[in-house]
Design a protein around this ligand. Sequence first.
Ligand SMILES: CC(=O)SCCNC(=O)CCNC(=O)[C@H](O)C(C)(C)COP(=O)(O)OP(=O)(O)OC[C@H]1O[C@@H](n2cnc3c(N)ncnc32)[C@H](O)[C@@H]1OP(=O)(O)O
Ligand SMILES: CC(=O)C(=O)O
Length: 531
Amino acid sequence: MTRERLTIFDTTLRDGAQTTGVDFSLADKRQIAALLDDLGVDYIEGGYPGANPLDTEFFAKRPQTKARFAAFGMTRRQGRSAANDPGVAALLDADCDCVTFVAKAWDYQVRVALRSTLEDNLDGIRQSVAAAVARGKEALVDCEHFFDGYKDNRDYALCCAIAAHEAGARWIVLCDTNGGSQPHEVERIVAEVARVIPGERLGIHAHDDTGQAVAVSLAALRGGVRQIQGALNGLGERCGNANLTTIIANLLLKSDYADRFEIGVTRESLTGLTRASHALDELLNRAPNRHAPYVGAGAFATKAGIHASAVLADPRTYEHVPPESVGNQRRVLVSDQAGKSNIVAELERLGLTLRKDDPRLTRLLEEVKEKEAQGYAFEGADASFFLLAKRVLGELPHYFDIERYSVAVDRRFGAIGASDDAGAEAIVKLRIDGRSTISAAEGNGPINALDVALRKDLGKYQSFIEDVKLVDYRVRVFQGGTDAVTRVLVECADAKGEIWSTVGVSPNVVDASFEALVDAIIYKLVKSGAT
Ligand SMILES: CC(=O)SCCNC(=O)CCNC(=O)[C@H](O)C(C)(C)COP(=O)(O)OP(=O)(O)OC[C@H]1O[C@@H](n2cnc3c(N)ncnc32)[C@H](O)[C@@H]1OP(=O)(O)O
Ligand SMILES: CC(=O)C(=O)O
């Protein structure tokens, strides 16, 4: 059966720039465009030339993409002709393949927001589209508030869409701008519109204000649209746009869509989806959403013991698609919810083999549960779990003893006009092979000072840890109040790119940090084969 071609339109660089807390640089925009192009989307909406210097500069030297490159902006302002509107001129002059005009499609918005007449708005749509077509650009019209408008004044909303179509727009995009529409409404309305304008000219642009933008987009597809708009990781105004990361995976992996439709993203490039999603977060300096469908670290993570034992028998018992299909991976977590199956799986991932009937496994599981009850969390500290397992198995080499450490925090208040000065000093005393070493270090804070002092002189082991870098440090205080227990998670990396996490727990944040730092060093020594 031949499949119908479906068009994917990405607006990460335009609507995504309207996300609270997102502030793209020019370099970010270029990298994101390349990321999207590698993925295989059909259109990349680059931004709004003329609205701000960044977007104007971005369009002055457009990225070279296989995807069609779109400039976004509004239809001509009221009281002006399209030929005499600097905003429209900036769009027509922009180095792009197509222009997306945003146009009001709800009579109430025309009256209240534009303070214009219904006829002038229609004329603005016609003139703007015609001007783009005359300049040899493909035109798209985002019919803003289309669904709310349709429910309020069906005829006017349709007139806007028809005006765009008749003026020569390639795509008429029905927008759920306020994000309040329900999937069943959208499916019905799209099916009605598709009786007037062919579905292969219709698109959907949905916002996620009811948490249903993906469902709304897929409902619109069932209703008849053949273009889906969205943004990577669901970036966008307010609660975001339809999450293209999720939509693309659904379209390729769910047979209802995959059997009927073909998209530019291939099954092969789908295996880069998790990487692309995380690369975007990295550029934005945001932690990836662990719970994101398909690409989150938790999307294929199994915590419950009962699930783990089934997943080990056959992953399909608790996985709706194979994690590799989207470039993600299966994880079986170790925690107080674990059974022996979780432990066996995690040990195996860490390179340790233990049979399920080995009595040491029972001891290890008991230790895990006991430590978790004290506040440890091994789920995010695989290296500490590895060391615990090695200890229980009697396989952990003894490298050094810690005799003591101390830390002093110092703050000097400057004279008027001079700046304040804050810092910390730490001393760490170790015994290695019967010899005491004492190291002192300064740092910008107590943990930094301790970290530097601990790694300053490890005697014969020093060469094994030279390339260790602390890359993340997180503190969680639980049980409230000043007598609370503190959990510290530390993430380290080495020159080979290996990353490992350790945990420390104590009522004292410095002590918890020291425990996690020591585990991080011992893990590196074990992994390096130091004896
Ligand atoms: C649904 C969406 O997400 S649309 C996303 C739009 N994106 C953005 O707004 C981000 C970039 N925007 C901007 O930088 C600025 O708003 C600009 C440069 C476009 C315009 O700035 P200003 O000229 O200062 O106008 P301002 O933003 O205050 O108001 C928008 C104006 O456009 C008019 N307008 C809004 N939509 C349309 C439209 N589709 N067609 C014609 N005019 C429109 C409004 O009536 C208002 O007119 P007014 O200035 O006569 O009151
Ligand atoms: C065009 C657009 O971003 C919207 O209507 O939501």
